[in-house]
Design a protein around this ligand. Structure first.
Ligand code: NDP
Ligand code: BG6
Length: 483
C-alpha cells in the first residue's frame, strides 16, 4: 500500500444532496490545505442525471465556502479545484456506464507520470443503500485499480447500512463477497468530530479520570443529540427510518462505545475496534419501560409521509452494559428533531458526595463532566465551590475549557474532511467494522420491530420544545438529576 501515485476520487451519486453539501465541500477544503493537489489527484462525479462537467461545477459551486485560513486565496483555490472535477453520466446497474467510467479514470492515469506511483481509486457511495450491491458489483467487475503492486481500491459507504439486523447482514454479505474488510470504510461522521476523537485522549491520557470512571462513582451517562429543525425535504427518507435508525443506532452508540470501552492495547484501529465491540456485546436487552418515543406535531403535514405514520422523530432509550465497570449505570441516549436547540453533548454525572457536611437541607450539587460536541466545542466540569464572601455557602461553578477561547486560531476540521483523508491514508480507526455494525443492529432490532408493528407508540410533542415530558421523567426515574 502506498500514499503516492495517481489518486482518483469517484463520487457516486454526485447529483445528490450529500455530495453537494458534504462530500464536495470536504474535498474542496482538503484541496485548499494541500492534501488534494492537481498534479496527482482527479475527481470524478458519477450519477444517472444528464449533466456536463460545468453543470456539476455550477451545482456545487455555492456550497464551496472559503476554507478558514485560506480566505485570501479562495477564488484561486476554487477555480483550480473545479477544474479537477469531471462528470460522467450512467446507470448504477449496467456495464456500459462503469466501463466508460473506468475508461475515463484510465485516461487520466495514463496522462499522469506513471513513474510517480501506482493507481489509487477511492469510490465514495453518496447513494441510497438500495443500489450499494449493484454498484459494488460494477466497480469490482470494471473499475478496480490496474496496478498490481502498491495500488488500491477503497469504498466509502454511508449510513443507513440496512434497516435491521437481517437486512444489514445481507448487505454486508453481498459487499463482503466483493471487497475485503480492509477495502470497506463504513462512515459514521460522528467519529470524525473533534471532541469525539478527543474522548480517547481525555479518558486514557489523564490520571484524574482513571479511578473515577466506573459504577462506583458515576450515576449516569447521557448522550444527547438535538436539532431545532424537522425533517425538511427528507421526509420520505426519514419516515422509512426514524430517529433510532438515523441517529441512535449509529452516531450515539458509537460515542457511547468510546465513553464506555476499556483501554485498548494500542491505538491500532483493530485494538480500538475490539474494545468497542466488547461494549456492544455486553449490552443488556432494551426494556420497553426504558424507552420513550415521540413525533413532533406537524410531522405528517409533509405529503410524502403517511397519515398513520408511527415513525419516531424523538427517542430516549436507556442502555445498560453488563460488565464489571458499568453494572447498574444507565446510559441514556436521547435524540430528537424539531426541538428547542441544536446541540450534541455527553453528560457524565457523578454520584452525590457521601456524608455531605455543608448544608443538610440543600444538598450540594452533583459533579458533572460535560463534553459538548457541537456547537461551540467545549469540555467543562461542574463543581461545587465556596461562594465568594464572608459566609460559608456553597455554589455550583465550572472548570471550563471552551475551544473557541482556548484555541482561538486553530481551525477545527470538518468530520468529513478528516474521514476522507483517513481513507486515503488507509486508516480505519474511525470507521465501523462489520462485527461492530452487526452488534449495533442486534441491540436495536427488537425495539425497532416493535415500533414498526406499532406495539410501542410515538407520543406527540410540540415543535421547539424539549421533547415529550415522559422523556424527562424517564431520565429522572433512572437517576439523572438536573444540575
Ligand atoms: P439522494 O436521495 O440525494 O441520492 C443521491 C443520488 O442518488 C441522487 O442524486 C440520484 O442520482 C441517485 N438516486 C436517488 N434515488 C435513487 C434510487 N432510488 N435508485 C438509484 N439512484 C438513486 O441522497 P443523499 O445525497 O441525501 O444521501 C446519499 C447517502 O448518504 C444515503 O445513503 C443517505 O442516507 C446518506 N446520508 C445523507 C445525508 C444527507 O445529509 N443528505 C447525511 C448522512 C448520510 P441520479 O438520479 O442522478 O443517479
Ligand atoms: C445525519 C442524519 O447522519 O446526521 C441527519 O441522517 C442529521 O438526520 C445529521 O441531521 C446530523 O449531523 P450533524 O453533524 O449536523 O450533527
Amino acid at each position: 500500500m502506498t500514499d503516492t501515485g495517481c489518486l482518483s476520487i469517484i463520487v457516486l451519486g454526485a447529483s445528490g444532496d450529500l455530495a453537494k453539501k458534504k462530500t464536495f465541500p470536504a474535498l474542496f477544503h482538503l484541496h485548499c490545505q494541500g492534501f488534494i493537489q492537481s498534479h496527482n489527484v482527479h475527481i470524478f462525479g458519477y450519477a444517472r442525471s444528464k449533466m456536463s462537467d460545468n453543470d456539476l461545477r455550477d451545482r456545487i459551486h455555492g456550497y464551496l465556502t472559503p476554507c478558514k485560513g485560506f480566505e485570501k486565496t479562495h477564488k484561486e483555490n476554487l477555480s483550480k479545484f473545479l477544474q479537477l472535477i469531471k462528470y460522467i453520466s450512467g446507470p448504477y446497474d449496467v456495464d456500459e456506464g462503469f466501463v466508460s467510467l473506468d475508461k475515463e479514470i484510465c485516461a487520466y492515469e495514463m496522462s499522469k507520470d506513471t513513474t510517480g506511483g501506482p493507481s489509487r481509486r477511492l469510490f465514495y457511495f453518496a447513494l441510497p443503500p438500495s443500489v450499494y450491491p449493484s454498484v459494488s458489483k460494477m466497480i469490482k467487475s470494471f473499475c478496480m485499480t490496474k496496478s498490481d503492486v502498491g495500488g488500491w481500491t477503497r469504498i466509502i459507504v454511508e449510513k443507513p447500512f440496512g434497516r435491521d439486523l437481517e437486512s444489514a447482514e445481507e448487505l454486508s454479505t453481498q459487499i463482503g463477497q466483493l471487497f475485503n474488510e480492509s477495502q470497506i470504510y463504513r462512515i459514521d461522521h460522528y467519529l470524525g468530530k473533534e471532541l469525539v476523537q478527543n474522548l480517547l485522549v481525555l479518558r486514557f491520557g489523564n490520571r484524574l479520570f482513571l479511578p473515577l470512571w466506573n459504577y462506583a462513582n458515576i450515576a449516569s451517562v447521557q448522550i444527547v443529540f438535538k436539532e431545532d429543525f424537522g425533517t425538511e425535504g427528507r421526509g420520505g427518507y426519514f419516515d422509512q427510518y426514524g430517529i433510532i435508525r438515523d441517529i441512535l443506532q449509529n452516531h450515539l452508540l458509537q460515542v457511547l462505545c468510546l465513553v464506555a470501552m476499556e483501554k485498548p492495547v494500542s491505538l491500532n484501529p483493530e485494538h480500538i475496534r475490539d474494545e468497542k465491540l466488547k461494549v456492544l456485546e455486553s449490552m443488556l436487552p432494551i426494556i420497553d419501560e426504558e424507552v420513550v418515543i415521540g413525533q413532533y406535531e406537524g410531522y405528517k403535514d409533509d405529503s410524502t409521509i403517511p397519515k398513520d405514520s408511527n415513525t419516531p422523530t424523538f427517542a430516549t432509550v436507556v442502555l445498560r452494559i453488563h460488565n464489571e465497570r458499568w453494572d447498574g449505570v444507565p446510559f441514556i441516549l436521547k435524540a430528537g428533531k424539531s426541538l428547542n436547540s441544536k446541540e450534541a453533548e455527553i453528560r457524565v454525572q457523578f454520584k452525590d458526595v457521601p456524608g455531605d457536611i455543608f448544608n443538610a437541607s440543600k444538598k450540594v450539587g452533583r459533579n458533572e463532566l460535560v463534553i459538548r460536541l457541537q456547537p461551540s466545542e467545549a469540555i467543562y466540569m461542574k463543581l461545587t465551590v465556596k461562594e465568594p464572601g464572608l459566609e460559608m455557602k456553597t455554589i455550583q461553578s465550572e472548570l471550563d475549557l471552551s475551544y473557541r477561547q482556548r484555541y482561538e486560531d486553530v481551525v477545527i476540521p470538518e468530520a468529513y474532511e478528516r474521514l476522507i483523508l483517513d481513507t486515503i491514508h488507509g486508516d480505519q480507526q474511525h470507521f465501523v467494522r462489520r462485527d461492530e455494525l452487526k452488534a449495533a443492529w442486534e441491540i436495536f432490532t427488537p425495539l425497532l420491530h416493535k415500533i414498526d408493528r406499532k406495539e410501542i407508540r410515538s407520543v406527540s410533542y410540540k415543535p421547539g420544545s424539549r421533547g415529550p415530558i415522559e422523556a424527562d421523567k424517564l431520565a429522572e426515574m433512572v437517576g439523572y438529576v438536573q444540575t
